[in-house]
Design a binder for this molecule. Sequence first.
Ligand code: ADP
Length: 488
Amino acid sequence: MWKRFSLRARIFLLLTALVCTTLLGALVTLWHTRAMDSLLTSLIDKNVASFQAAEQLETSLLQQKGYLTYYFLDGNPDWLKQMEQHQQAFGEWLQKARKSAYTEAMEGILRQIDTDYQAYIKSREQVINLYRQGEQEAGVKRHWEVRRQFVDLLNLCERYKLMHEYAISRARTESQTQARFINAFALAALPVVAILGMLLAYILIKQILGPIRSLTLETAPASREAPGPDEVKALSRRVHSLIENVDQAQSELERSQEHLLQSGKWAMVGKLAAGVAHSIRNPLTSVNMRLFSLKRSLAMSPSQKEDFEVISEEIRHLDAIVRNFLEFSRPPKLKMQRISPSDVVDAAVELLRYRLESYGVAVKLLRDTKLPEILADPDQLKEVLANLLVNAYEVMVSGGVITIREEQSLDPALGQTVIIRVSDTGPGISESVRDQLFQPFFSTKEEGTGLGLSIATRIIEDHGGRLDLEANEDEGATFVITLPLRED
Ligand code: ADP
């Protein structure tokens, strides 16, 4: 039954029960305090005042005792005067008692006292008259009657006083019953509140904090330490890092999607290029051979020789284009070995030294120590560097400086990497062509094939790395080769 409720409903129910019990407890305590207050007030206001009047009534009656006997003994009228004073006091207390009487029974008994007292006074006066007239015998006889009336009256006064004592003790019992009830209620409410609180705590820990903790642990990478005491904060940190991972994964996905698209395009173009290159290469080779034998057999004039050289140069250029196409369509398999990329940099610079000098381009090498060895194909890597260097000196028509900076770094996607940065002091690359730069057959040069950067990118990606263009529009271009520093 309990399990059928949702977590939210369970927490809500428990909280409601907890709040209701606590509120009920507070209300009962409030009610009890008020009840006690009114009980005490009534006890003080009514009972005590009324009880006092009852006591005084009895006392003033008792004070009237004996005077008649004293008068009988010595006939002194002062006794009668004193008795009258007490009689007056009795009358006043009777008035007060009537005012403070608060039940029917009390009023009834007071009426009775009043009637009997009047009768008693009458009888007493008769006795006084008899004593005054000297009828001692009849007086004494009547005196006995008066004594009996006095005792009856005293009993009535005593009853009246007892009535108050009874009312006070009843009020006390009532307050004790209430106190007992409050105690019992508090005793019953305490375990209920404790159980409800524990249940709530159990649900919070087991069904909210527990899952949050395990979720945090599950989402945490294995290498990270356990979450701290604040589960919600830890979870929010994890969720943040997950969102970051998702963002990273998304951009990687976009990259690979683009790469895939590119590969498709490449495959098509590659087939076409391979076909064309093949068809051109054979006639080109035969033209080249014929030219060579003609050069040897013919005696040429200087201008003919010059024409001959131009033709040979153009054929070499054509051959280079065809070679590029063939390489692009059928990339050679990587021959991996452990090498330091610094050696490859040196080899590439050495290979192009003559041409760099003829273009008036200086090479500045920024290297602290040689880069550590990585698994790579030195020839392919040299081709990439040569491509970048050729592109650089080709854009610096009136000379300049190529800076090669070697570094090691920690890449978020590749881990430990080696970085080779090739910068030139050429015109730079405008924002508008940046996106097309790495696409095959994109070239701004009159005689360019637009394959150099595509081939370089593919070689670097085959090595598990990246070829990027750093953003600097006016101050030359910087190409960055990033290669993973893997153990295997
Ligand atoms: P190609 O050299 O045959 O044009 P690439 O793929 O090597 O083909 O280069 C593509 C284009 O990228 C070049 O035509 C040129 O516009 C631009 N480019 C490459 N390197 C640089 C550089 N260092 N500075 C300015 N532009 C460059």
